[in-house]
Design a binder for this molecule. Structure first.
Ligand SMILES: [Ca+2]
Ligand SMILES: [Ca+2]
Length: 299
């Protein structure tokens, strides 16, 4: 039983609004330390496996998080769907950085190989792109990542800690055969000061959204972009606060992979990021401001 519960706690890592689920103690308000990891207070109270829901009595039917029915635990409240992929940088192999969701969108290491894991991550450990050795992580194109050209929601979120202010790309989806991108988070010290920027290409235009200017390297910041097809709007969040919005929700895609730590221009990997990246998430839905607040909060 103890093993089953431990397995269930691990299974719950990285699931809906659970960016903090299963993180090492100490824990932030609303979470408690249980067996050296953080669980929601209600899960500690109910004594059952970690759920995402309320505390009504369980009706006795095993759910997807239950290896067996434990009787006194809580029913599974699905809540909003979790990310399609989550590169949490908690582990890596010689060739890939795993997708913590279990959806199989593992990041394939290219260029100089997999980034080392830095212990001073935003949450747990981070992927270390500090050295100028041109490390890259590719997430190959896949059905759930290939948002239709119009009428689809998606959201992106990640932490970054730049070590140098230079022209770099941290999280991108190249498009076409020249320099374009479906979308890209980048710095341009020449065009925008040291303002982290997100841009996307549409069929006839380019849109840029800027975060506030950074004055100090070596500090963690959180960025998120929400594409709301219903509202036909894209919104950028910086450190959990709205930093700008632009109308439109049309994107162009091809079979380029999503890149972490670099961009691609004219077929060549370029503008390699210098610093730490952590907790890179892709959702195929709109994430709420409450979720963004949670994602942008360090334990
Ligand atoms: Ca991490
Ligand atoms: Ca590019």
């Amino acid at each position: 039983m103890r093993l089953a519960i431990a397995a269930l706690l691990l299974t719950a890592c990285g699931v809906p609004d659970g960016a903090l689920e299963g993180r090492p103690c100490p824990c932030i308000e609303g979470w408690v330390c249980q067996d050296s990891i953080c669980v929601r207070e209600r899960d500690a109270v109910d004594g059952g496996p970690v759920d995402q829901g309320t505390t009504e009595p369980d009706q006795g039917t095993p759910d997807m998080f239950e290896a067996e029915d434990l009787g006194q635990d809580m029913p599974l409240d699905m809540g909003p769907p979790g990310p399609v992929f989550a590169i949490t940088c908690e582990s890596s192999t010689a060739t890939f950085v795993p997708d913590a969701t279990g959806n199989g969108f593992d990041g394939i290491c290219r260029g100089g190989g997999c980034p080392p894991l830095a212990t001073e991550g935003a949450i747990g450990s981070a992927c270390d792109f500090t050295d100028a050795v041109h490390l890259e992580i590719d997430i190959p194109a896949g059905s759930r990542l290939d948002v239709p050209a119009s009428g689809a929601d998606f959201s992106l979120a990640f932490w970054f800690r730049p070590d140098v202010f230079t022209f770099t790309s941290s999280f991108s989806r190249p498009y076409g055969s020249s320099t374009a991108n479906s979308w890209e988070f980048y710095f341009s010290t020449t065009m925008t000061g040291t303002r982290p920027t997100w841009w996307r290409v549409t069929d006839d235009s380019r849109d840029d959204l800027h975060a506030p200017e950074l004055t100090t390297t070596g500090e963690w910041h959180h960025m998120a972009v929400v594409v709301d097809a219903t509202a036909d709007e894209v919104t950028l969040y910086f450190d959990g606060v709205e930093a700008g919005a632009v109308a439109g929700s049309t994107f162009l895609y091809d079979d380029h992979p999503i890149l972490i730590g670099a961009d691609e221009n004219d077929g060549v990997r370029d503008n390699h990021f210098r610093g730490l990246l952590d907790e890179l998430y892709f959702y195929d839905r709109v994430i709420s401001e409450a979720e963004i607040t949670e994602l942008a909060t360090r334990p």
